[in-house]
Design a binder for this molecule. Structure first.
Ligand code: COI
Length: 363
């Protein structure tokens, strides 16, 4: 397939160097966006439809018809990955082919058109060619890339949209939870589930995150940072957190995470950690983990560390689990957690050998 050409309309008044440098000192997460954005449109036709009008434009509000299907029926998917600046100034991303594949799995579930991998990779490259100055250099910092796709057709009938837009926006990122890295507190959602059998739990679609917001508010009211969802049908098996996967480090050298059941998001960080765990000589297990196993394991010392992981969260230790009035303190260990985090960030930033071929140069 020949490489798609993106038309480029540079921002006429991009942010000043001084303002950008100030923002990059402490970007937080998801607060500020770069000067440009990428868009590609898709239009349905009898032959299956086609992507067209790939472009890089100044970042700014969209003009969307109020009847655009995404606003009514939530036909939307997204991805999250990061760009890292290496010591020589080159900019790289991590396993983007895995994000391209997941975007297309989500697209199939949401009846959206698939985006060829080459176009996905080209869109990231186009974004970075326009905004490479926005990639921060501080420890733990990166440029978060948010590809997304939505039903832009103006039509209220309930059927897959015939006009769709794919976009990329970018936002400099530090610690997802703000400030320095510290153990987070998790609240068990007993009232709500994130996903059900046959639903959209394995797809990265806005509706799953919308469903997590009310439980997330309950969590925040209890002083927790994130909520953990359970599989209501099977003995309170742990699924995932509001926006990240969860891992358990056992005293006997096992690294355990809930198996992918069709209701859990297949995290790219999750699968990378399974590989890094193997590399470190840990025995990795993907299986059912119940809340009782978590609570009892931490109390008995069998589980020594618990951590959350995701593109945004990277690897973040979990300090406490709140279940109703029960407070389950973590065993307090963070050795393996921080070792895995350092290894992952080391590979991403070019300081540790990329022995699995995970890095992909953007600019
Ligand atoms: C990510 O880790 O990239 C996510 O998508 C999680 C969250 C910020 C929605």
């Amino acid at each position: 397939m020949s490489e798609t050409v993106f038309t480029r309309q540079p921002h006429l008044s991009p942010m000043s160097d001084q303002q950008r440098v100030e923002i990059l000192q402490d970007p937080g997460f998801g607060n500020v966006f770069t000067d440009h954005m990428v868009s590609i449109d898709w239009t349905w036709d009898e032959d299956g439809g086609a992507w067209h009008d790939a472009r890089v434009e100044p970042y700014g509000p969209l003009s969307l018809d109020p009847s655009a299907a995404v606003l009514h029926y939530g036909q939307e998917i997204f991805e999250g990955l990061k760009a890292y600046r290496h010591e020589d100034g080159s900019v790289w991303t991590f396993r983007p082919e895995a994000n391209a594949a997941r975007l297309n799995r989500s697209a199939r579930r949401l009846a959206l058109p698939e985006l060829p991998e080459e176009l996905f990779l080209g869109s990231l490259r186009a974004q970075l060619e326009a905004d490479r100055a926005w990639v921060p250099t501080g420890p733990g910092q990166s440029l978060y890339l948010r590809p997304f796709m939505f039903a832009s057709e103006a039509f209220l009938g309930v059927r897959p949209a015939r006009q769709v837009r794919y976009m990329v926006i970018a936002s400099p990122a530090g610690n997802y939870f703000g400030g320095e890295l510290k153990p987070v507190t998790i609240w068990v959602s007993r009232d709500f589930a994130r996903a059900g059998k046959g639903g959209t739990g394995a797809a990265k679609t806005g509706g799953n995150y919308a469903a997590s917001l009310l439980p997330q508010l309950q969590a925040a009211a209890k002083g927790a940072d994130q909520v953990v969802f359970l599989d209501q049908y099977h003995d309170d098996a742990i699924e995932e957190l509001g926006g990240m996967n969860v891992f358990f480090v056992h005293a006997d050298g096992r690294l355990v995470t809930p198996a992918l059941t069709g209701t859990i998001l297949e995290g790219v960080t999750r699968s990378s950690i399974l590989q890094l765990g193997r590399d470190m000589g840990l025995t990795v297990e993907e299986r059912r983990v119940t809340l009782a196993e978590w609570a009892e394991g931490v109390r008995s010392g069998e589980i020594t560390e618990v951590f959350a992981c995701g593109t945004a969260a990277v690897v973040t230790p979990i300090g406490r689990l709140l279940d109703g009035d029960d407070v389950i303190e973590s065993a307090g260990g963070t050795d393996v957690t921080l070792k895995i985090r350092a290894e992952l960030e080391g590979i991403q930033t070019g300081r540790v050998e990329d022995r699995h071929g995970w890095l992909h140069r953007l600019v």
